[in-house]
Design a protein around this ligand. Structure first.
Ligand SMILES: Cc1ncc(COP(=O)(O)O)c(C=O)c1O
Length: 404
């Protein structure tokens, strides 16, 4: 049975680096729940996170229940009923258009918690400065619906607004943030220096826990910002950075066959339903042939997946034809393109083999579906003491009940 396995130790490794950035930079680092909301893992992150950022009501309730701390909410638009409920638990609510703010301003300032400043309101600005390469993930692409163009804003913050929010990065470095902030300063100088400004949220996309990220450069930049914008609290809300390199998806080979010169291996998961970003982003995940220890020589320096179980060895599959046996690895759904990619192995694959797909915690577990009724992988956590603890088992009832 396929299974997502998340490593508690790896989560703690990421979380302690993010907490260090918060302490040394003098900012609050929130967890963007959209990237990783596995309820059973949230208590692991809770001691390190300053709170969370939610995309709407359900994530906000989850964050309030399981993480506590500061709760920032941003959505491209709000349903008035959701807004009333959010007003009971959120600390920041950020608006995406002047239209939404004007429609709700009166309602917002009269919320009980707004009058004591426990609840504050902000505007998401589009600094129109693209640093990424993938249009699908670029909120600054021409005609973007995310964030207000500064030319549509007055020179001073509208009454009731005391926060500014940007989110433009995706898997990017400290210099990208610095460049983006300079672009924002160029376009919004008067708003940034408005005496009413109380918070500045620099969004997510900071790849802080990725090897090679310039952590010290980020910390120095955050310290500079704090000096320059005194009295303004600074927030980062990364998602990926909390859970990259913390989880894997273990799968089994169900069939191996050849069709018109292409050797196929079919797994017991669906790429479309269980690893959708492989198709959406798209990208090629690392795949490891997984065997009992001893049968494959395991050299300490060879690449290893994010989670290794005791008694197993892992061999990174190669590019097409790099090793003797190349397979097109596919899922078990009816979708013609339900394909992970072409990978090569040192031996022939056979039904029953285990393949471990690497780095499958962030933006994967939150996006799965029951498409084709393919069995949903279970979810477990490998705890610090080496125990594999089940967090969720899925059954036919979950498939049946999901769609009413
Ligand atoms: C508003 C906002 N904040 C934070 C994030 C988290 O970004 P990442 O997971 O790239 O760090 C996102 C991701 O799309 C977002 O839209």
């Amino acid at each position: 049975m396929a299974e997502f396995i998340i490593s508690q130790a790896a989560l703690q490794r990421n979380a302690s680096l993010l907490q260090r950035v918060a302490c040394e930079g003098g900012v609050r680092v929130l967890l963007a729940l959209k990237s990783f909301a596995t309820t059973g893992c949230l208590p692991v992150l809770q001691p390190y996170a300053s709170g969370c950022c939610a995309s709407g009501l359900y994530e906000a309730i989850l964050g309030a229940q399981e993480l506590g701390g500061h709760l920032a909410v941003y959505s491209p638009a709000y349903d008035p009923e959701d807004l009333d409920q959010l007003a009971e638990i959120a600390n920041h609510i950020d608006f995406n258009s002047m239209e939404q703010w004007k429609r709700f301003a009166q309602r917002c300032v009269s919320f009980r918690r707004a009058q004591t400043c426990e609840l504050q309101f902000g505007l998401r600005i589009n600094p129109a400065y693209s640093t990424g390469k993938t249009p699908l993930y670029d909120p600054c692409r021409p005609g973007s619906r995310l964030g207000i163009d500064p030319s549509l804003l007055p020179d001073s913050l509208p009454s009731g607004i005391c926060g500014l929010h940007i989110h433009t990065l995706c898997e990017q470095g400290a210099q990208d943030l610095i460049d983006t902030f300079h672009a924002l300063e160029e376009r919004c100088r008067s708003l940034l220096h408005d005496p009413a400004l109380r918070y500045l949220n620099l969004g997510g996309g900071h790849w802080i826990t990725q090897p090679g990220y310039e952590v010290e450069k980020l910390v120095l930049f955050l310290r500079e910002l704090r000096k320059h914008y005194q009295g303004v609290e600074i927030f980062l809300e990364p998602g990926e950075a909390w859970s990259i390199h913390t989880g894997v998806l273990r799968t089994r080979v169900l069939d191996v066959f050849e069709s018109l010169g292409v050797r196929h291996a079919i797994l017991d998961i669906s790429v479309s339903a269980h690893t959708p970003d492989v198709l959406e982003m798209p990208y090629r995940p690392d795949v490891f042939l997984t065997e009992p220890s001893g049968s494959t020589p395991s050299v300490a320096e060879t690449p290893q997946p994010a989670v290794c179980l005791p008694g197993e060895s892992y061999l990174l599959a190669g590019q097409t034809e790099e090793m003797s046996y190349t397979y097109r690895i596919g899922g078990v759904s009816c979708l013609a393109g339900d394909v992970l990619g072409d990978y090569s192995f040192p031996r022939e694959l056979v039904p029953g083999d285990t393949l471990t797909l690497d780095d499958m915690a962030h933006y994967t577990i939150v996006k799965t579906t029951h498409f084709n009724g393919v069995k949903h992988p279970d979810i477990s956590m490998l705890t610090q003491d080496g125990t594999l603890t089940s967090l969720r088992r899925f059954s036919f009832e979950d498939f049946k009940n999901r769609l009413g």
